[in-house]
Design a protein around this ligand. Structure first.
Ligand code: FAD
Length: 308
């Protein structure tokens, strides 16, 4: 069994930044990268909102740079997935998919939150070519264009509202005959002249030769009023929620109703002393690369303090 003072789980901006800070603080640590080395940003094209890159940078290059920085400073990395972890006693013991185990005095969970998709083949086909799960990240690319937001909850309304200040027209594609968002939020949507809500509507596909040019929609799906039609759009934004990657924790950390790890603000401490959470896995609100990186730094500082 390997031993370490701090096990970092995850290799997105939160995990790599935690590694950078721990390496520079002289804390012995180890980072397990998971199935997606570099995290979610490796799945997208240009990042324009991470400070320091005047011309923007590709998500892959940004994460390579973070990885190289952590490596150079001395963060040991393993390409493996944590299958389970026992948090009942310190040192905590993590079991990897390789069968190996790691005993750690402290743990930083930085495993991210995966956006939910409808499960359409076209979502994969047009990934980065008109399909997005983050209006704050990609809205800027659709200035003065027409977009659709899928979802009817508070998040979808927030995304639609955000996009409506950039785009010429925003459609909301809502499965039900009403929005699930709060009254106040519904009111704000109603007040935006360039937002149109399409109720009782399902998206069943996308079309376009050079990226998304429209969506195939069905109104009153599965009923005798069923009606199929195409909606010309430039961007298709999913806003149907995220799944925080916490299943390997097996209920040992306190989570909120949506499955995000609860931390004790202003720190990154969880309900288990010695276990810290950073990045999207503990952040239902911001979910940005810069905020994830920042909380990785905070978690590393919290670990250093805890060990002292
Ligand atoms: P992630 O980047 O999600 O990384 C999680 C890590 O945990 C991964 O390395 C994964 O392999 C690992 N992991 C998961 N489970 C395990 C396990 N059991 N064992 C070991 N490792 C595990 N943000 C911006 O600021 N600007 C943008 O332009 C932008 N564009 C985006 C475009 C898309 C398509 C998407 C999906 C997101 C975008 N975001 C953007 C959001 C940004 O990617 C996230 O906010 C950020 O990556 C979160 O970082 P993180 O470190 O918390 O987690």
């Amino acid at each position: 069994m390997e031993t370490t003072q701090c096990l970092i789980i995850g290799s997105g901006p939160a995990g790599y930044t935690a590694g950078i800070y721990l390496a520079r603080a002289g804390v012995e640590h180890m980072l397990v990268e998971g199935a997606l080395a570099g995290g979610q940003l490796t799945q997208t094209t240009t990042i324009e909102n991470f400070p320091g890159f005047a011309e923007g940078i590709s998500g892959f290059e940004l994460m390579e740079a973070m990885r190289n920085q952590a490596k150079r400073l001395g963060t040991p990395m393993q390409s493996a997935i944590i299958k389970s972890i026992d948090l009942s006693n310190r040192p905590f013991v993590a079991t990897l998919d390789t069968g190996d185990t790691i005993a750690a005095d402290t743990v930083i969970v930085a495993t991210g939150a995966s956006p939910k998709y409808l499960g359409l083949d076209d979502e994969r086909k047009y990934a980065g070519m008109g399909v997005s799960a983050c209006a704050t990240c990609d809205g800027f690319f659709y200035r003065k264009k027409t977009v659709a937001v899928v979802g009817g909850g508070d998040t979808a309304c927030e995304e639609a509202q955000y996009l409506s200040s950039l785009c010429a027209k925003v459609y909301m594609i809502v499965r039900k005959d009403h929005l699930r968002a709060t009254e106040a939020m519904q009111q704000r949507i109603a007040e935006r002249e360039n937002i149109e809500v399409l109720y009782n509507t399902n998206a069943v596909g996308l079309y376009g030769n050079n990226g998304v040019e429209g969506a195939h929609l069905v109104r009153f799906m599965g009923t005798d009023r069923e009606e199929r039609f195409d909606l010309p759009i430039d961007g298709f934004f999913l806003a149907i929620g995220h799944t925080p990657n916490t299943s390997f924790l097996n209920g040992q950390l306190e989570l909120d109703a949506s499955g995000y790890i609860i931390t004790q603000a202003p720190t990154t401490a969880t309900n288990v002393p010695g276990v810290f959470a950073a990045g999207d896995v503990a952040d239902p609100r911001y979910r940005q690369a810069i905020t994830a990186a920042a909380s990785g730094a905070r978690a590393a500082i919290d670990v250093k303090d805890f060990l002292q």
